[in-house]
Design a protein around this ligand. Structure first.
Ligand code: T3D
Length: 263
């Protein structure tokens, strides 16, 4: 894609999507949502892709909804935010969560509003030390959306979730790591190399197994123990027939490195 709010590059099993409205801190308008949907569809349909990296262009990761699309003239009709969420944010979060491959978020700068929660929807979040997470919604009279009210209490506990959501303070990346909100915080100069190495590692991994790991772990939030045990049984049964399981066992027994194909 060129001249685009979303850049998509696919190489060596790694798809990289870059949010590309840097002068607006990569905040979302409808056109950018549409382009992101199209990019995610392409990633999902491309059998060569085994990991997705999501990042932002410029100094920010994403500042959520473009608020210049939300300014209402006095006496003007308010925008239906529910319709916007239904059309854009809700399907985006479900698409990231259910993509059958690991999704790595490289948080290169501030992640605010829906931008913070889009990052948290990804499976592995690596942030530059100068990055930060801001549940900015309360500053404009809204609640954390895009999954914010779902993962904040689960990831950091209710007390911290309430503090982040009600105060809208900037949470620096190193504190986000210390609180368990994200996987890792690295020096700014190390972000690209760290993410590239991780993506290369994941692109060689047993993709079906990783997809099943995310399915199982994300299902644990709403399943009973019995339902979870049954899900583990079903996923394990299906993985047991995969080429990668066969290869993994053969490589172990043969005392050689495995060559996984993602099948
Ligand atoms: O509406 C719906 O559909 C419902 C769904 C809502 C989801 C949401 O995400 S609601 C929350 C929306 N986001 C925010 O409230 C965050 C707004 N932005 C900020 O608070 C700050 O920009 C940041 C804390 C993220 C960064 O601050 P700072 O000082 O580093 O940068 P800045 O100077 O504020 O921003 C740089 C430029 O980006 C600036 O433009 P300018 O002055 O250089 O022409 C600024 O206006 C623009 N920008 C930043 N965020 C947005 C934005 N423009 C439009 N919308 C934004 N969200």
């Amino acid at each position: 894609m060129s001249d685009a709010s979303i850049l998509l590059e696919i190489r060596d099993g790694v798809a990289r999507i870059t949010l590309n409205r840097p002068d607006r801190l990569n905040s979302f308008n409808d056109a950018m949502h549409a382009q992101l949907r199209e990019a995610l569809d392409r990633v999902k349909a491309d059998a060569s892709v085994r990991v997705l990296v999501l990042t932002g262009a410029g100094r920010g990761f994403c500042a959520g909804q473009d608020l210049s699309d939300r300014a209402v003239a006095p006496g003007g009709a308010a925008v239906d935010l529910g319709a916007s969420i239904e059309r854009n944010y809700l399907p985006l979060i479900l698409a990231l969560r259910s993509l059958p491959m690991p999704v790595v978020c490289a948080v290169n700068g501030v992640a605010a509003g829906a931008g913070a929660n889009i990052a948290l929807a990804c499976d592995l979040v690596i942030a530059a030390k100068s990055a930060s997470f801001i549940q900015a919604f309360c500053r404009i009279g809204l609640i954390p959306d895009s999954g914010g009210t779902y993962w904040l209490p689960r990831l950091v506990g209710t007390a911290r979730a309430i503090g982040l959501a009600m105060l809208g303070d900037k949470l620096p990346a190193d504190q986000a790591e210390a609180w368990g909100l994200i996987w890792k915080c690295v020096d700014d100069a190390q972000l690209a190399a760290t993410v590239d190495a991780l993506a290369a590692q994941l692109a060689q991994a047993p993709t079906k197994g990783l997809a099943a790991i995310k399915q199982a772990l994300y299902s644990a939030d709403h399943n009973s123990l019995e339902q979870q045990l049954e899900l583990e049984r079903d996923l394990q049964r299906s993985l047991g027939y995969s080429d990668d399981y066969r290869e993994g066992v053969a490589a172990f027994v043969g005392k050689r490195p495995p060559r996984f194909t993602g099948r």
